[in-house]
Design a protein around this ligand. Structure first.
Ligand SMILES: [Zn+2]
Length: 253
């Protein structure tokens, strides 16, 4: 690991630093370290600074008959790189917002990149690197053997997880959580399963550094790299920085 990427940037420039001031490093931002994590269960790791509030949220939901589980917590740079390259090479299918599989052969490299970015972040730019962003579901609301797709319809009015969506929209803010992809803003799709823990996420978001991302991507085995680097400013504007703000009622201490 390069020593020049371990600089510590303490962020004290927000209203949300009264609790859990994270030692945000470039390695954490880029998914290159696991030192800020704790183990939850199975292969799920989350930021150690949010474990307590997350467990309180889970306990509260359980009282209302909803077993909240994390489908995906921390994801490393290498894991995100594999997801990206599998989609770019056609190994994994790419879906549009309607859930239809698209044909990558009909797309230019830049169009393909945008299609992937709808649901999958660039390696180094995933909020899952931070450990304080998680994809949640409720296994006890699903039929036996049901394979979770993480598609919006599952969480919407007629989907099996609607009860979870209603509960989270009503209560998640009391534990410091909100939905950064609450609505589609022209970048990342609406993701009703993706929760962010505000006290930590706000620090990572403010510490994000495009220059560091660019350097890291330059030295990685990333499919579509040249086109990505050439369009990185646009990609950052449209996807990485284009997230919903937390509602003002999110409790941070
Ligand atoms: Zn997610």
């Amino acid at each position: 690991m390069k020593t020049n990427t371990t600089n510590t940037t303490n962020t004290t420039n927000t209203d949300h630093t009264s609790k859990n001031i994270a030692q945000v490093s470039f390695d954490q931002l880029l998914g290159k370290t696991e030192q800020h994590l704790c183990h939850l269960y199975d292969n799920v790791f989350i930021h150690q600074g949010m474990k307590k509030d997350f467990e309180s949220l889970v306990a509260s939901a359980r009282l209302d008959g909803i077993e909240i589980k994390v489908a995906s917590g921390f994801r490393s740079f290498d894991r995100q790189l594999l997801i990206w390259n599998n989609k770019f090479s056609g190994k994994t299918s790419i879906k549009n917002a309607a859930g239809d599989i698209i044909n990558p052969e009909l797309l230019t490299p830049l169009e393909l990149i945008h299609s992937i970015l709808l649901y999958s972040a660039l390696p180094g730019a995933s909020r899952h690197h931070w450990g304080c962003d998680i994809d949640v579901y409720a296994p006890n609301l699903l039929a036996d053997g049901y394979q979770l797709q993480l598609e919006p319809w599952e969480y919407n009015e007629h989907g099996p997880l609607v009860k979870l969506s209603i509960w989270l929209n009503k209560h998640a803010h009391k534990f410091g959580f909100y939905f950064p992809y609450a609505i589609f803003k022209g970048g990342v799709a609406h993701e009703p399963w993706h929760l962010s823990y505000l006290p930590l996420a706000t620090q990572y978001q403010h510490s994000f550094d495009l220059e560091q991302l660019s350097k890291t991507l330059m030295t990685s085995v990333l499919l579509g790299k040249e086109v990505i680097i050439n369009n990185l400013d646009d990609i950052a504007k449209r996807y990485i920085n284009n997230v919903c703000s937390a509602p003002s009622n999110v409790i941070i201490e």
